[in-house]
Structures are given as structure tokens and as C-alpha cells.
Design a protein around this ligand. Structure first.
Ligand SMILES: Nc1ncnc2c1ncn2[C@@H]1O[C@H](COP(=O)(O)OP(=O)(O)O)[C@@H](O)[C@H]1O
Ligand SMILES: [Mg+2]
Length: 286
């Protein structure tokens, strides 16, 4: 990973167990400042549990969990102020309006209220500022949660499935906001089970399966590592469908089909984070 940057989050043999069975099993990783880090895994992998440990909401971990160089169990109010977190719309007040929710949060954390209109505009919720949270769509409530996480001008953002269940346009808006945050030097730690999200906005990803890290790296490097899964999908004129390895071992067969005029269509399938995950676990991410 980038050696120039300071480490913002560090886990070293971090484990969590509620019973005998570990939910997180000796995880070690570092997140450099100013990067977007993605924790990719299916439901039940342990993603939310890890966010809870890293934000100091869950303290029964073994091993090391640090943010800003401090044990997450001992973060001061000042350090908490530098962290913005979005977990399951947690902490939104249904009967208060969009504006009132942010104002309430601002007052608790001694953040000036005057920044609220700009945040609401940047996240496309200004027009809905007087609407009660109970009347918001899921996408709007998600954006309000994100707005709240952005309120204190956090240096570090934890976002638990920030675009889960959102339409593609809203998802793109949220991605743009996160990339703007990165530009400002904010560190973003997000969880997702959407491999497109991981591939398009994360600098670095960790694949989590049943509390274990099974793969890690830049999305492009992970996909390249699984290039042996790259296939040529060929449909012949008699409707036969073939999947051949996309390398020189298939050259003579393809040449022959072409010469005989027997190919109706041909396309290659590049490996994705999903194919890597399936290769490693036998299961998809959904
Ligand atoms: N408080 C808890 N007590 C016992 N088991 C829990 C608790 N919280 C989560 N789990 C279990 O830990 C595992 C990981 O859960 P979670 O971190 O929510 O996964 P994810 O966010 O990846 O879907 C699941 O099997 C879940 O049932
Ligand atoms: Mg979760």
C-alpha cells in the first residue's frame, strides 16, 4: 500500500466472539489516510460488527483496533468528533424534519447550525428540509444519514452499506460525494456487498467471508490475479454454447470455428471481484 500516507485505521489480529464461534477472526489490515477502503462481503460476513468495533460502539474485541493511532475503546470526545458514522439510518428521529434532525445533532456535538443548508444542498435534500423523516423514501433517509455523518467535517467516515437498496442515480450521487470527500483528504471506510461499488470507488478492498479476510488488494489487481477465470463465450450457428479459456490454448479451436463460418457470437468475460469471491468461497456476494 501507499507508504507516503499516515495510517488512519489499524487492525492487528482483531477478533470478536459472542459465543465460542468467532464473528471476526484475527483480522489484520491498515487503512491509509485519504483513501476509500471497501469491506466487501455477503450478509453475515461480519461487516457491521467490524464497523462497531472501529467506531468504539463494541468494546469486547481481542487484538488491536486503532483509529488515529488510538485504541478504539479509549477514544476521547474530541476524537469522536473527527469520526462520522452512518449505520442503518441509526439515530434518525422519525417525527423530526430533515432540518431538525441535523440541528439536533449539531447541538449535541456543538457544531454550528449555519453549515446545515449547504450540507442539505450538496446532498440534494434542501427542498425536503421541512419534511418529517417518517415521510422520506429510503434513498432520502439514507442521504440524510450520510449528511449527518458529514456534518462535523469528519476526517474519517464509516459508512455501512451506504447505497444498499438505492436506485442507480442516487447511488452515483452518493459515490460523487464520497469521492469529493476523498479529494478533501477524508478517509472513507465503507462496507458493501455490491462488487460494482467496490470496483468503481474503492482504492483498496478486503474480501470478508465468515469473519475472515480471504483476499485483499486494489480491485484491479485482484481481478487481474483471477485472470485464469477469463473465458471466451461462443455461440455457434447451430446454437451450441461453449466457454473456452481466454488464452492461447483456445486459439486453434477458435480459428477453426472462424474458418468454418460457424460462430454466431463471441464475447469474453473479464474476472470481477464477484468471480474472485466465488472462486474462493463457492458462493456469490448477494
Ligand atoms: N450481538 C450479537 N450477538 C451474537 N451474534 C451476533 C451479534 N451481532 C452480530 N452477530 C452475528 O455475527 C455475524 C456477523 O454479523 P454482521 O456483522 O451483522 O454481518 P454483516 O454486517 O456482514 O451482514 C452474524 O452471523 C450475526 O448473526
Ligand atoms: Mg451489516
Amino acid at each position: 500500500m501507499d507508504q507516503e500516507r499516515n495510517v488512519c485505521i489499524r487492525a492487528d489480529r482483531l477478533s470478536v466472539r459472542f459465543t465460542d464461534h468467532p464473528i471476526l477472526d484475527h483480522l489484520s489490515f491498515e487503512v491509509p489516510e485519504g483513501t476509500v477502503f471497501g469491506l466487501l462481503g455477503p450478509s453475515g460476513a461480519g461487516k457491521t460488527t467490524l464497523i462497531k468495533v472501529l467506531t468504539g460502539q463494541l468494546c469486547q474485541n481481542e487484538g488491536k483496533a486503532e483509529v488515529f493511532g488510538k485504541d478504539t475503546r479509549r477514544l476521547t470526545a474530541e476524537e469522536h468528533r473527527k469520526i462520522g458514522a452512518m449505520l442503518d439510518n441509526y439515530g434518525l428521529y422519525e417525527r423530526l424534519s430533515v432540518y431538525e434532525n441535523l440541528a439536533f445533532y449539531a447541538d449535541i456535538y456543538s457544531i454550528p447550525r449555519r453549515g446545515i443548508p449547504d450540507i442539505l444542498k450538496s446532498i440534494g435534500l434542501y427542498e425536503a428540509r421541512k419534511t418529517a423523516v417518517s415521510k422520506l423514501s429510503k434513498g432520502m433517509a439514507n442521504r440524510l444519514s450520510l449528511a449527518r455523518a458529514l456534518m462535523g467535517q469528519a476526517k474519517l467516515l464509516f459508512l455501512d452499506e451506504p447505497t444498499s437498496g438505492l436506485d442507480p442515480a442516487t447511488t452515483r450521487e452518493i459515490h460523487d460525494i464520497l469521492l469529493q470527500q476523498r479529494k478533501k483528504g477524508t478517509t472513507v471506510f465503507l462496507t458493501t456487498h455490491n462488487m460494482f461499488e467496490a470496483e468503481s470507488i474503492c482504492d483498496y478492498v478486503v474480501l470478508l467471508h465468515r469473519g475472515n479476510i480471504i483476499e485483499r488488494g486494489r480491485p484491479v489487481d485482484i481481478c487481474r490475479k483471477y485472470d485464469h477465470l477469463n473465458k471466451l463465450h461462443i455461440t455457434l450457428t447451430d446454437d451450441t454454447e461453449l466457454a473456452l479459456d481466454n488464452n492461447r490454448t483456445s486459439a486453434s479451436a477458435v480459428k477453426e470455428f472462424l474458418e468454418q463460418g460457424r460462430i454466431r457470437s463471441i464475447h469474453s468475460s473479464e474476472p470481477t471481484l464477484e468471480t474472485a469471491f466465488i472462486e474462493l468461497t463457492g458462493k456469490g456476494l448477494q
